[in-house]
Design a protein around this ligand. Structure first.
Ligand code: PMT
Length: 404
């Protein structure tokens, strides 16, 4: 169940006897590599103490909407944005009713309303409460809003009755949740992604480069793997760990990146250029360390090959996605690059502040011919999954049009 590695899961625990099982669930999620934060309702704290979850998650447990200290550490909107997925287990009849009807009087229901990630609920309650038409109507409402309902299952209940209403066992919940991250929308396709910066040597100890960390490109590689693709990453020098199941080629300069890309591009279906490739290199690299002498040192630079433009211009070009890092005129510049380089899609990336280069978060506007989509500020992992879905839609549409 590798799909949960580094996934950010917000585990919501509501009041009910099954709350103790959430502790086992938390351990299992963490064993699968997930990063878990726990939010408890007031009723849940009557069954299990926040300290239990704090010890198991190694993170503070959130309980109050109006807790100044918790809000300073990570505000509730930030927490909703942080999560790749919200899992509420156990979800009581009371919580289900509040969420179905849009109440936001406590932290957990507020987070559910503020979230843009999938919300999964695992109900647990007495069988009569589960079968009651009010609960069933609330469940239908949630299903209509694409909330994912896991369980409940039939069996012996804590109250002594037998029937539907038991929480799905923690092992089953973990298996279902990991399946949600596996999409297969790009099954069988071969994807090449450039990532990170390039370095252009000045002399044996100095180089020209930029602040790209490789995080955006590596997150896209992971999302493409989850979508079933066969992924190759051509990466500049970075200090983050490589995506587990991608083929990785490391390079230093733009020329090396160009060479590696062109070597294998003929076997590629989709090319995504996330790398911040240096536009220029030194015309002559000094063989010796340059000595400090005159007040002004002039360096002569020569243009590097434009890898993205060259790939898009191939006779049998793959579906080609560019990035445009911009500090001004975002849309205008991105649209121009989309047309000039004849790309299928471009991700416009406003860089600066706390997003873009060397940051955990980003915000993108994706453009393609006659279409656009805003991807609001979120973690690079979350954005990468959304981008991969957009790429899959357009790529499959293009393939269908070409075969008709
Ligand atoms: O690595 P991170 O810290 O996570 O940061 C991510 C990022 C900000 C680097 C990334 O999201 C991003 O915006 N990448 C593109 C950066 C860039 O160089 O943009 P550009 O507008 O200069 O280039 C346009 C496109 O042409 C890019 O797809 C680039 O990869 C490609 N290009 C540019 C020059 C060149 N010689 N060859 C290229 O292929």
């Amino acid at each position: 169940m590798y799909q949960l590695k580094d996934k950010r899961i917000l585990l919501g625990v509501t009041g009910g006897i099954a709350a103790y099982k959430a502790a086992v669930l938390l351990r299992l999620l963490r064993q699968q590599g997930a990063d878990v934060r726990v939010v408890m309702t007031k009723n849940a704290t009557e069954f299990v103490t926040p300290l239990t979850f704090q010890a198991l998650s190694n993170k503070p447990v959130h309980t109050d909407l109006l807790d100044v200290e918790a809000e300073t550490a990570m505000g509730h909107i930030e927490l909703a944005r942080w999560a790749d997925l919200i899992l509420i287990a156990p979800a009581s009849a009371n919580f289900i009713a509040r969420y179905a009807n849009g109440f936001a009087e406590d932290l957990l229901s507020t987070l559910c309303l503020a979230a843009d990630s999938d919300v999964v609920i695992a109900p647990a309650m007495n069988q009569k409460m589960w079968l009651h038409e009010a609960t069933q109507a609330n469940i239908d409402k949630l299903k209509d809003r694409s909330v994912i309902i896991l369980g409940p299952v039939e069996g012996d209940q804590a109250c002594g009755e037998i029937g539907p209403g038991r929480l799905l066992e923690p092992e089953g919940l973990v298996a279902e949740v990991s399946r949600l991250f596996q999409t297969d929308v790009l099954a069988g396709s071969r994807i090449m992604i450039t990532a990170g910066p390039t370095r252009e040597l000045i002399d044996p100890v100095r180089f020209i480069s930029n602040r790209s960390s490789g995080r955006m490109g590596y997150a896209i590689a992971n999302a493409a793997i989850e979508a079933g693709a066969d992924v190759t990453v051509i990466s500049g020098p970075v200090s983050i760990s490589s995506p587990d199941r991608a083929g990785i080629k490391t390079v230093v300069s733009a020329n090396e990146m160009h060479k590696e890309v062109m070597k294998s591009i003929n076997n590629i279906d989709i090319f995504i250029a996330t790398a911040a490739v240096a536009d220029y290199r030194l015309t002559n690299i000094s063989e010796q360390k340059i000595k400090k002498s005159s007040d002004i040192l002039e360096l002569s630079l020569t243009k590097n090959p434009d890898i993205l433009a060259e790939v898009a211009a191939l006779n049998n070009a793959p579906f080609t996605v560019g990035f445009a890092a911009e500090t001004e005129n975002l849309e205008e510049n991105a649209q121009e690059k989309l047309k000039l380089k004849n790309l299928d899609m471009i991700a416009a990336n406003r860089v600066g502040g706390d997003i873009g280069f060397d940051s955990d978060n980003n915000a993108l506007t994706i453009f393609w011919k006659n279409g656009r989509q805003e991807l609001q500020k979120a973690s690079k992992e979350k954005l990468a999954r959304k981008l991969i879905h957009l790429v899959a839609d357009r790529y499959n549409e293009k393939n269908t049009n070409q075969t008709h």
